[in-house]
Design a protein around this ligand. Structure first.
Ligand SMILES: [Mn+2]
Length: 129
């Protein structure tokens, strides 16, 4: 976790708890993934959105990024205005580094979380509670 520029080593459970706290604290959550997506990018994006919508039905949950018709079967992304990012939690999934994030507005939210299975090549997240 990085908070105020300070890196804190956390256990997996502490990280999960910190992310859950951020989810609970935000009414709007915007989920990004990488450009030229493959099914694991779209699946993790849409899957997370589905879990969040089921768990927190009153929150506004959006998935952004270019829609590719060949992946319509996995779900469709939302087109949202810039002001939706005000006070939003942004979660970037399956994206190793900043240049690959689809939709560069990912920095415009209130808080930013990265959830990824790639080796860390670049830090994205400013995750603070
Ligand atoms: Mn991928």
């Amino acid at each position: 976790m990085i908070s105020d520029g300070k890196v804190t080593k956390m256990t997996l459970r502490e990280t999960q708890s910190a992310i859950l706290d951020l989810i609970k604290q935000h009414d709007t959550i915007i989920i990004h993934r990488h450009q030229r997506p493959d099914p694991d990018a779209i699946g993790s994006q849409m899957g997370l959105a589905g879990i969040l919508k089921a768990s927190f039905p009153t929150k506004k949950i959006y998935c952004v990024g270019k829609q590719y018709p060949g992946f319509n079967w996995l779900g469709t992304t939302d087109v949202i205005e810039d002001d939706v990012y005000d006070h939003a939690l942004v979660i970037v999934v399956d994206t190793a580094n900043q240049p690959r994030v689809d939709d560069f507005r990912y920095t415009k939210g209130d808080k930013l979380v990265k959830i990824d299975h790639h080796q860390t090549t670049m830090r994205l997240a400013m995750c603070s509670g």
